[in-house]
Design a protein around this ligand. Structure first.
Ligand code: HEC
Ligand code: HEC
Ligand code: HEC
Ligand code: HEC
Ligand code: HEC
Length: 172
């Protein structure tokens, strides 16, 4: 039984990795893990309190196919001088020094067997708030998958907003 929980290798790209047996078991149950372990104790809360915008880091969210996760270079623009004595920041700096990206694990994704295609662009242009699908990030350190991103959730809102509901809108 092979797990298909993906992780990012660089901004916007991911590979299929094999985290552990528990994740593999959840995969078999067609359930999504909500307790993803990240390599750095990142905090959305602290950055949002400093008035950063989502798109400062997730630069593809309005335009690209993927929202994207920022590369370590972007982190170090600030962390070359900010909080440099903190252990987590030392880890970030060490990745950059080695010339490696931080191996973030994906939180939101769909099993390949569901054949779902999703794009942010149309939602952002239609003013759908990020929190509708991802919860309030001001309360989150690392991102935690919000429950209930199932077909009923998607189709229910599409009906209300008169967005397309034929199967091929969301499936390939
Ligand atoms: C625009 C500047 C900026 C960028 C870009 C930035 N940060 Fe930060 N980061 C901050 C500020 C400001 C704080 C809060 C520092 C404080 O409260 O002492 C912070 C705090 C943190 C902390 C908590 C440190 C601690 O233990 O108190 C971590 C971890 C962190 N950042 C990681 C990252 C990572 C990883 C990236 C890249 C994905 C990143 N940051 C990008 C400005 C930035
Ligand atoms: C209508 C629901 C919805 C809204 C609104 C939404 N997202 Fe997402 N987001 C998703 C889904 C679904 C995925 C998983 C996509 C996949 O696996 O193809 C995702 C994935 C992501 C990812 C990781 C994968 C990637 O695309 O790089 C990031 C980062 C992200 N969203 C950020 C945001 C931000 C920032 C906003 C607001 C500006 C936002 N999202 C608004 C549903 C949404
Ligand atoms: C300082 C940079 C930064 C800012 C600002 C930021 N994020 Fe993130 N975001 C990250 C990093 C790094 C990760 C990967 C670690 C994690 O999963 O928490 C991430 C992960 C995520 C994920 C999960 C991606 C996945 O793998 O599925 C979502 C959803 C997300 N962010 C939404 C948001 C939203 C919404 C905002 C604005 C309210 C926001 N982020 C602001 C850096 C940032
Ligand atoms: C909160 C409401 C809402 C939710 C939840 C939502 N959508 Fe949407 N979706 C929209 C709106 C509004 C549009 C824009 C329609 C337009 O541009 O006319 C849209 C557009 C789309 C499009 C592009 C349609 C096209 O071809 O123009 C796709 C694909 C899509 N959504 C997939 C999804 C999937 C998959 C989910 C669940 C993970 C989802 N949506 C959840 C409101 C929503
Ligand atoms: C607005 C987006 C959207 C539309 C329209 C849509 N679906 Fe879905 N569908 C999803 C999402 C999201 C999932 C859940 C994937 C998951 O959680 O793994 C899903 C799951 C499914 C599954 C279960 C697959 C699995 O392995 O979990 C089937 C079967 C399915 N859809 C068939 C259809 C059919 C048939 C239609 C047309 C009548 C349709 N869908 C229309 C978004 C949509």
């Amino acid at each position: 039984m092979e797990s298909r929980h993906p992780s990012y290798v660089t901004s916007g790209e991911f590979t299929t990795a094999h985290p552990d047996l528990l994740a593999a078991a959840k995969d078999f149950a067609d359930d999504y893990p909500t307790d993803v372990q990240q390599p750095i104790a990142f905090t959305h809360k602290a950055h949002l309190e400093h008035h950063m915008k989502c798109a400062n880091c997730h630069q593809g969210v309005a335009s690209g196919p993927d929202a994207t996760i920022p590369n370590v270079k972007l982190c170090m623009i600030c962390h070359l001088v900010i909080a440099t004595d903190k252990p987590e920041i030392k880890k970030v700096a060490a990745y950059q020094k080695k010339g490696e990206e931080i191996p973030w694990r994906r939180v939101y994704w769909f099993y390949q067997s569901a054949h779902v295609k999703f794009r942010h662009g149309p939602h952002i242009r239609a003013d759908v708030d990020c929190a509708t699908c991802h919860g309030d990030m001001k309360d989150q350190t690392v991102a935690v998958r919000k429950a209930g991103l199932d077909m009923g959730f998607c189709v229910g809102c599409h009906r209300v907003h008169k967005a397309p509901t034929d199967c091929t809108t969301c499936h390939y």
